[in-house]
Design a protein around this ligand. Structure first.
Ligand code: ZN
Length: 338
């Protein structure tokens, strides 16, 4: 029996149900746009949905049997009718697009359908988007394309207008805590990890598994402590500290060289906002109490808002350095509670 390569899906049962009903009812569209933040479970969702669509004996509700040859190959990640394309860096390569087009035209080898999963579609350039468009325009009946991206807006209009969007929302904290419990994470650690994960199970699992990533989280707490006591003159130094944390998060996140600098930074900003949002500063778990004492509840709320805005800008534009410095200047200008 080959090693299982698909993680269990945490949350998103309703969305998977929609896809299964479409398949069981014979009204499956050719393309899906599966959206949601990093770590929310887009890839796991797509792989499980692909296994359902490829299964030789699915239930009347469209659920994979888990036993047939197709299900075994889906689990092992070696199914000949499921192609996964993930851009190695910031842009999907032309070679990958050629492979996709060649595969799309083929008749399925084993299963009733051929599924192509395209990860990180926000990095597609016009050329790659055109290749997908051509595939969609004369898609054989058995082809299903799953395009993954953080949001609808990050995908080129030619693709998003032809795909049915399935948005994956952050998962309730309780489900993430149960997952961490199954991984035998101590309850106190689990609370901090769940808060920093911001509803994204993939982030929580990486944090539970990787000590270097937990160290980044702990250092982010120290950074917050420095930030709480800092003056406006220290904004540039703090921005540099945040960039360094982002770089370490990128290296420790498990995506290795595939993750980008911007994703690393977004990870740290998410973690800071998540911890403050969850109110963990009240217990001084991560050094937020100082921030709280300095800024008061309104200040903390504004800090969270500034962090979320910086995260959005960092992911949308190239000038991450500038965005961080602007964020720090605004945060450090917050009135201090007397
Ligand atoms: Zn099956």
């Amino acid at each position: 029996m080959p090693a299982e390569t698909v993680e269990p899906l945490i949350g998103h049962g309703e969305q998977l149900g929609v896809l299964r009903r479409l398949a069981a009812g014979g009204t499956l569209p050719h393309a899906f746009l599966i959206t949601g933040p990093d770590g929310v479970g887009k890839t796991t969702f797509a792989l499980l949905a692909a296994a359902d669509l490829a299964c030789l004996e699915p239930s009347p509700e469209g659920v994979a049997c888990g036993q047939c040859r197709s299900c075994q190959l889906s689990r092992a990640g070696t199914h000949p009718d499921i192609l996964r394309i993930t851009p190695p860096k910031e842009e999907t390569t032309i070679g990958q697009m050629r492979e996709m087009r060649a595969t799309a035209g083929l008749v399925p080898v084993l299963s009733p359908r051929r599924v192509i999963i395209i990860g990180r579609a926000e990095t597609l350039n016009d050329q790659a988007a055109n290749a997908i468009l051509k595939v969609l325009e004369d898609a054989p009946p058995a082809l299903v394309l799953m395009v993954l991206a953080p949001s609808r807006e990050t995908v080129l209009p030619t693709i998003r207008s032809r795909a049915l969007q399935i948005p994956l929302r952050p998962v309730p904290e309780g489900e993430i805590l149960r997952c961490l419990e199954r991984m035998s994470v101590a309850p106190q650690d689990a609370r901090v990890i769940a808060a920093a994960a911001g509803g994204c199970p993939g982030r929580a699992i990486s944090l539970a598994r990787r000590e270097d990533l937990r160290q980044v989280l702990s250092d982010a707490g120290d950074w917050l402590r420095c930030c709480a006591g800092a003056s406006l003159a220290e904004a540039l130094r703090l921005a540099a500290g945040l960039r360094e944390l982002g770089d370490r998060a990128r290296k420790a996140s498990g995506d290795g060289e595939d993750a980008t600098d911007r994703q690393g930074l977004a990870w740290v900003l998410d973690a800071l906002a998540g911890i403050l949002q969850a109110g963990l500063w009240q217990e001084d778990v991560t050094g937020g109490r100082e921030a709280m004492a300095r800024w008061g509840p309104c200040g903390v709320a504004r800090f969270i808002a500034e962090t979320n805005e910086a995260r959005r800008l960092v992911l949308s534009y190239a000038q991450a350095d500038l965005q961080l410095e602007r964020m720090l200047l605004r945060v450090l200008s917050l009135p201090v509670e007397k």
